[in-house]
Design a protein around this ligand. Structure first.
Ligand SMILES: [Zn+2]
Length: 162
């Protein structure tokens, strides 16, 4: 449609993404239900997503450590519109600082009631704790796991009162 203000366009790009040796090591570990991260031998920075070089010291990061399966939400968003190649909306995505890591790893956060987006946004506030949940069948991709909120004891008690 050309109404003088907008033009219709399209962009559908398929590609192969070279993960390199660092990415391969990270993705292979997901199959074994482990999240591993390179650690800088100079400053000790533990980097997720994995990097081959320390972003501070610019030295190769060759030591690997396993990080925790729980972490803290640093940022999140709830996506209410459809994007090509992504799940049916709404869905939530969070940047999570996993215990033992120094940089946050983004992934879907599931099992949150998204029927009321305002209430969901409050529930997913920055600083909330989440756990890593691995899929039963893993293929060595980022979809091998997702995050779920860790319900506090208080939240559980409130729910059982209803
Ligand atoms: Zn460093």
């Amino acid at each position: 449609m050309n109404d003088g203000m907008t033009l219709r366009g399209g962009w559908n790009v398929e590609y192969n993404y070279a993960v390199g040796t660092t990415g391969k090591k990270f993705f292979d570990a997901l199959i074994e239900k482990k999240i591993i991260a390179p650690k800088c031998s100079k400053c000790g920075l533990v980097m997720l997503p994995p990097r081959s070089f320390c972003e501070r010291c610019f030295v190769p990061a060759e030591e690997w450590v396993e990080v925790g399966r729980e972490g803290t939400i640093q940022a999140f968003t709830i996506v209410p519109v459809k994007f090509e190649s992504l799940p049916e909306p709404p869905y939530a995505i969070a940047y999570v600082l996993l215990d033992g890591a120094d940089t946050a790893l983004v992934n879907f956060i599931r099992k949150v009631d998204l029927s009321d987006l305002g209430a969901a946004a409050k529930k997913l506030s920055i600083g909330k704790r989440v756990r890593v949940v691995f899929e039963k069948r893993r293929k060595g991709t980022i979809n091998d796991f997702h995050y779920e909120l860790i319900e506090t004891g208080q939240a559980r008690r409130q729910r059982s009162k209803k």
